[in-house]
Design a protein around this ligand. Structure first.
Ligand SMILES: Cc1cc2nc3c(=O)[nH]c(=O)nc-3n(C[C@H](O)[C@H](O)[C@H](O)COP(=O)(O)OP(=O)(O)OC[C@H]3O[C@@H](n4cnc5c(N)ncnc54)[C@H](O)[C@@H]3O)c2cc1C
Length: 399
């Protein structure tokens, strides 16, 4: 049986990031992917500046530019309150990142990430290969069982999304309604009034979720609705979406000549980072959606997938170096908690709770609309340029 330092299930942003960062550290990596790329991924396609910085570091943005030429970037965030109030904030570059924010369809982005992976000689990639289970040997995982056979690895990384069979097998999957969201999206062409800002529409029936309009090219938009299942039943998601595009936010006629691109209306779950469980066991680590790493305030998941992949690679490499692969989870838990736990997930969950209250949301929007600096702060928090605690301070001043 072929043997690797690390075997990874799933070649989305999390799996590719883990593979690339491990390979750069000199590890021999096997990456197994169920689909053949390019493939669709249900997403809003919003890439925050922290995510684009990481993509830059991985050599991916260059590949995207070569393939599509000009990227669609956004410089502002426009928020619509339930009563129709509008706040427009500019995204500064003064935050923690030097990258720019983009909207890149996932079919293109993920294929470009994959292209960076394919260039690395230490990574073996098998597409059309679904992972079904982990191999267990004594008290540790010894590899993966797939539709193309068994593969041995000293460390196993599950990066195979929300329905990860590995997370489920180890009973580490996020099955908590209080820490899950659901979102639906479709592409529309011939959309009028698109600018270089992303739009978030907060409506009473979706709170603290929202509808979005993300410019995805000339007169093209990714339009969707996301809800949090502790507040809104996901079974009504399609109805909320239909109302969003026909009656409410689009009532201004911006979609009057627009058409939904056939086959693009699809929904998918969002596993939130506030989920209290562990993200691994022994020498098995969970990255990205498989490990429940989505932002509980905005639904951003691409950055967390890339970053948790990088952190999983760091933990795996340290454990392999010390010749104690089963120490990987303890190292990984330390790394991801330090990186995200409080500022992103705890504060994000608190804000999610507060923003379920329409009166609080309205007064926050009114307060921010009065001063451009506050509107810019709001935009920067949404765009992941500034910490959420700064927004919490606006709502609850004693923080
Ligand atoms: C509607 C919607 C809108 C969103 N909008 C945004 C947004 O605008 N910005 C943002 O940052 N995030 C957004 N997200 C979240 C984001 O899409 C995810 O968090 C992100 O894709 C997670 O990346 P990942 O690599 O963990 O998983 P995925 O992207 O799901 O990749 C997992 C990979 O594993 C493969 N796989 C699955 N099962 C197996 C198996 N058994 N064996 C082998 N391979 C397998 C899949 O084919 C896939 O390639 C949105 C999510 C939804 C649902």
């Amino acid at each position: 049986m072929a043997s690797y330092d690390a075997v990874i299930s799933g070649a989305g942003p999390a799996g590719c990031s883990a593979a690339l960062f491990l390979a750069r550290k000199g590890c021999k990596v096997l990456l197994l992917e169920k689909e053949r790329f390019p493939r669709e991924k249900v997403c809003g396609d919003g890439i925050t500046s922290v995510a684009s910085s990481l993509l830059q570091e991985m050599g991916v943005l260059e590949i995207v530019r070569q393939r599509v030429g000009q990227l669609t970037f956004f410089q502002g965030v426009t928020l619509f309150s339930p009563s129709g109030g509008i706040v427009h904030g500019n995204i500064s570059q003064a935050g923690c990142s030097s990258g720019e924010a983009y909207v890149i369809p996932r079919k293109i982005l993920d294929d470009c990430i994959m292209a960076a992976v394919k260039e690395h000689p230490s990574i073996t990639l098998l597409e059309n290969t679904a992972v079904n289970d982990i191999l267990i040997h004594g008290n540790r995982a010894s590899g993966l069982i797939s539709t193309k056979g068994e593969f041995a690895g000293r460390v196993v990384i599950a990066a195979d999304g929300f329905y990860s069979p590995i997370a489920k097998r180890l009973k580490l999957n996020n099955n908590k309604k209080n820490h899950t969201g659901f979102a639906i999206r479709a592409y529309f062409s011939q959309v009028e009034g698109l600018t270089d800002s992303i739009e978030l529409h907060y409506e009473k029936s979706m709170l603290p979720g929202y509808g979005w309009v993300f410019p995805a090219g000339r007169q093209r938009a990714n339009i969707g609705v996301g809800v949090f299942t502790r507040f809104t039943d996901q079974r009504g998601l399609k109805r909320l979406f239909e109302r969003f595009v026909t009656e409410s936010a689009m009532a201004s006629g911006r979609l009057k000549n627009a058409g939904m691109e056939p086959g693009t209306l699809r929904a998918w779950p969002l596993p939130m980072g506030s989920f209290p469980g562990k993200r691994g066991r022994g020498n098995v680590l969970l990255a990205g959606d498989a490990g429940s790493f989505v932002d509980p305030l905005t639904g951003e998941g691409i950055y967390y997938a890339l970053k948790s992949g990088q952190l999983a690679a760091e933990a795996a490499e340290q454990a392999l170096d010390a010749d104690d692969a089963t120490a990987a989870t303890a190292l990984y838990e330390k790394l991801w908690r330090k990186a995200f736990r409080f500022h992103d997930f705890t504060v994000g969950y608190a804000l999610q709770t507060l923003m379920n209250n329409a009166a609080i949301l309205e007064s926050l929007m009114r307060h921010t609309a009065r001063k451009q600096a506050r509107a810019d702060l709001l935009a920067d928090v949404i765009a992941h340029n500034r910490r959420k605690i700064e927004l919490l301070k606006l709502i609850v001043p004693f923080f």
